[in-house]
Design a protein around this ligand. Structure first.
Ligand code: ADP
Ligand code: ASP
Ligand code: MG
Length: 444
């Protein structure tokens, strides 16, 4: 069995839903994971934020505008009157439910409830569409098997047990449709796998059923060697390893949720990235195998805070770094990059939740400076630190101010810390320095 996940654009219009229908209707067994229609989750987040601010009328207006969007979709998607009526009843119930939430005290649970509606809507509409088109498929409610534990990690045992049970109950089906992104929390309330989490849903399911392959169908022809939102002339990479993909996704390559490869890496289940709008393009195949040499791809992650901790006490002393790390440990704040000199250590974090408390504690042992609005640019490839073309990337030092460099932490990654304002320029220049006439590397 395969798991195929279709993202927001892929289910974002009647035309694209028709492409999805054609792709999945090939006679093979599969579980199809759907995201919310593009724009819906953002609209739901906005509705939640507006409710939180107490702007009731503005929230009602936003819900109404989303309702109208869905009315139009139903009209275009479902010509069958009975199915269109079912769909209207379902969507009206969802939107009425949102209106009722406006008067409740806002909480994380209310947020999770609101943002989870997008996937429920898309799967409902798409499954009605399949019925209309005469395609047999079964809806598998994600909330019947997808659950996270107290650490917010997938509860693999529970997921496998429940998924096996549901699949056995519905034997004879060859297309199952389910919701990406949403899950239950440890107390049985609706929760989610964080933004972009439908990719993660697909790989969690892939691991649970020991799938032959997990396919992520999106709006681009695979993993590109740089961020196509900021750089022109990026190219799709045909083969990439789990480790390379995980690193790039963690450092901002939006095409994959950062945790996507985790559940399937040890099982060596291939993950294939494909373009719904161009199904014949090869896309990208992610496996354990490492292909090619030199820098393979560049990604950038925003929202980084750089913290410089300076103390003469560090001079020839030991134990200082331990005390610094203990502060971050205490506030459960992971560190991404780190560089040291004899009297200072600079490091970065991406979660500012406890920043004030962390700085206050560090100031007891050192002077502390914090810079915000920073980005980490990450260059990834097998053994890049030894590759003859890699030094070219340092031409970037002539163009932008680089605050930190991490080189040699692993053989396969080099990270630069820059101001977010310089990100576009940095990515574009690196594209030229690194990929133009690269001698030892071809796109594999
Ligand atoms: P979906 O809704 O299908 O999950 P996403 O918007 O989450 O799609 O991810 C696909 C988008 O990721 C692409 O349209 C592209 O703009 C962006 N992207 C960022 N970095 C990369 C990259 N290295 N390769 C391909 N796409 C990337
Ligand atoms: N709909 C969710 C989001 O927009 C999950 C996803 O698309 O993967 O974040
Ligand atoms: Mg996505």
């Amino acid at each position: 069995m395969q798991v195929l996940k279709f993202g927001g654009t892929s289910v974002g219009s009647v035309e694209n839903m028709t492409h999805v229908k054609d792709i999945i209707n090939d006679g093979t067994n599969k579980i199809v994971v759907l995201s919310a229609m593009s724009g819906t989750t953002n609209a739901l987040v906005q509705i939640s934020d507006t409710i939180k601010l107490g702007n009731k009328q503005a929230a009602i207006d936003l819900i109404e505008s989303l309702t109208n969007k869905y009315k139009l979709t139903i009209r275009q998607l479902l010509v069958d009157e009975k199915l269109a009526l079912d769909a209207s009843v379902y969507t009206n119930k969802v939107f009425k439910g949102l209106i009722e939430l406006i008067d409740l005290p806002h909480s994380e649970y209310v947020y999770n409830h609101i943002v989870g509606q997008g996937e429920l809507l898309s799967t409902y509409l798409f499954s009605r569409f399949l019925i209309q088109e005469g395609i047999k498929a079964t809806l598998l409610p994600a909330l019947d098997f997808m659950r996270i534990d107290q650490n917010n990690d997938p509860d693999s045992f529970y997921i496998k047990q429940n998924l096996d049970r549901l699949l056995n109950e519905k034997e004879g089906t060859y297309i199952y449709i389910t919701q990406g992104f949403i899950c239950l929390d440890v107390e049985g309330r609706i929760s989610n796998l964080k933004r972009g989490g439908s990719d993660y849903t697909a790989s969690i399911i892939g691991a649970a059923i020991n799938a032959e392959e997990v396919q992520i169908w999106t709006d681009i022809d695979g993993f590109h060697n740089n961020d196509p939102r900021f750089v022109e002339n990026t190219a799709a990479i045909s083969n990439i390893s789990f480790d390379e993909a995980a690193e790039l996704a963690y450092f901002g390559a939006k095409i994959l949720h950062p945790q996507t490869v985790m559940p399937v890496r040890d099982l060596n289940t291939p993950v294939r990235l494909k373009n719904t709008m161009s199904p014949d393009s090869y896309g990208t195949l992610i496996t354990q195998q490492v292909h090619g040499e030199g820098i393979k791809a560049i990604a950038a992650k925003d929202g980084i805070y750089a913290i410089k901790i300076k103390s003469a006490r560090m001079l020839q002393a030991h134990g200082f770094l331990k005390r610094v790390f203990e502060v971050f440990e205490k506030y459960e704040t992971p560190i991404d990059m780190i560089t040291t000199s004899e009297i200072a250590v600079s490091l970065t974090i991406d979660n500012p939740l406890h920043l004030e408390a962390i700085v206050a504690e560090l100031e007891k042992i050192a002077s502390v400076e914090v810079d915000q609005d920073m980005s980490i640019v990450c260059l990834v490839g097998n053994n890049i630190i030894y590759h003859r073309d890699t030094p070219r990337l340092f031409q970037i030092l002539q163009d932008v101010s680089v605050r930190m460099i991490a080189y040699g932490g692993s053989n396969n990654n080099i990270s630069l810390l820059i101001n977010t304002n310089d990100k576009k320029d940095t990515l574009r220049k690196l594209q030229d320095y690194v990929f133009k006439s690269q001698s030892g590397y071809a796109i594999h």
